[in-house]
Design a protein. Sequence first.
Length: 62
Amino acid sequence: MLRLLLLGLLLLGLATGLRYQWLELNWARFLEDVGLPVPDSGDGFDFNRWLIGEPESEGHDQ
């Protein structure tokens, strides 16, 4: 039970630190370390395409 309390407090502290910008997260470096594709410096990262992939075409061959 004590472990869950400490884990909850750790996550709460992390969320608070990110919210008030006490902690800073470099998304490009994070994605690179995790092994995900890193966008070019000028391009944004489209999480929808990363999660679900490219949309399929509307017209299907019948």
